[in-house]
Design a protein around this ligand. Sequence first.
Ligand SMILES: C[S@@+](CC[C@H](N)C(=O)[O-])C[C@H]1O[C@@H](n2cnc3c(N)ncnc32)[C@H](O)[C@@H]1O
Length: 231
Amino acid sequence: MEIDVFTLFPEWFQWFSAQRHVRNALVAGTSIQCVNFREHTPLSGGQVDDTPFGGGAGMVLRVDVLEAALRARYDADPVELRKRRRVIALAPGGRLLDDRLVDELAGEPALTLLCGRYEGFDERIVEHFASDVVSIGRYVLSGGELAAMVLCDAVFRKLPGALGHEESAAQESFSAALEGHPEYPHYTRPAEYRGWRVPEVLLSGHHGRIEEWRSARSRERGAAAEGPREP
Ligand SMILES: C[S@@+](CC[C@H](N)C(=O)[O-])C[C@H]1O[C@@H](n2cnc3c(N)ncnc32)[C@H](O)[C@@H]1O
C-alpha cells in the first residue's frame, strides 16, 4: 500500500514511521510519503491560507495551494485523481472511522490523506478534490496529522506482516471472529492480587469452556457499549 500524507508538519511523521508495527508495515512493502503543501504554494512568502469570506476568526487553507501540491505529486488534475485513488480529507464532521471503514481502506492499493490546519479547508477542496471525508471522533484537534496517524495505525494493523507472529488482528475488538463485539477481558499472573481473583474458568485449561466464557463476555461488552435501549 502506498500512502501519501499532505501536511504542513511532515516532521510529525518521522516519529510515527519509527514505531515497530509501522516499520514492519514499511518493510513489508507499505510506503508513507509526506508532501508539505507549503513547498508547492504558488503564492509568495510560503502562504497557504487566507481569511474567510464572510468574516470570522481563523484562516482557511486555500484551494489553489492544495491543487498545486496535488498536481506536483501526481501530475494530474485533482478532480480526475479522486476517481482513481482514495483522497481523504480529514475533518471532525466526516464519516466516523470505524473497523468497517478501516477494513475498506486496508483493501486499497493507495491512499492520499489531506491534513487540515487552522479553520480547515476551503470547502471546494472537500467538494472537488476529496473522495472521502473522514473523522476520527466528534471532537476538534488542532490539525489532521494525529487523525492521519490514527487512520494509518488502524489500517497497518490489518496489513499482512505488520503485527508480530504472536499477535493477530483476526480476533480483536470488532473483528468478524467476535461478531463485531469488543474483545473479552484478559488476565495474566498473578492469579490473585489484593484479593482480586482471575475467573476460575481461565485457569481450568478447558478450552471449550474458555471460548464460551470469552464469547459471552465479548457479547456483554458489546451490549454495554451500545447503552440502554430506548423504551
Ligand atoms: C482546528 S481543526 C478545524 C476545525 C473546524 N473549524 C471545525 O470546526 O470543524 C483543523 C484541522 O484538524 C483536523 N481535525 C480536527 N479534528 C479532527 C477530527 N476529529 N477528525 C479528523 N480530523 C480532524 C482537520 O483536518 C481540520 O481541518
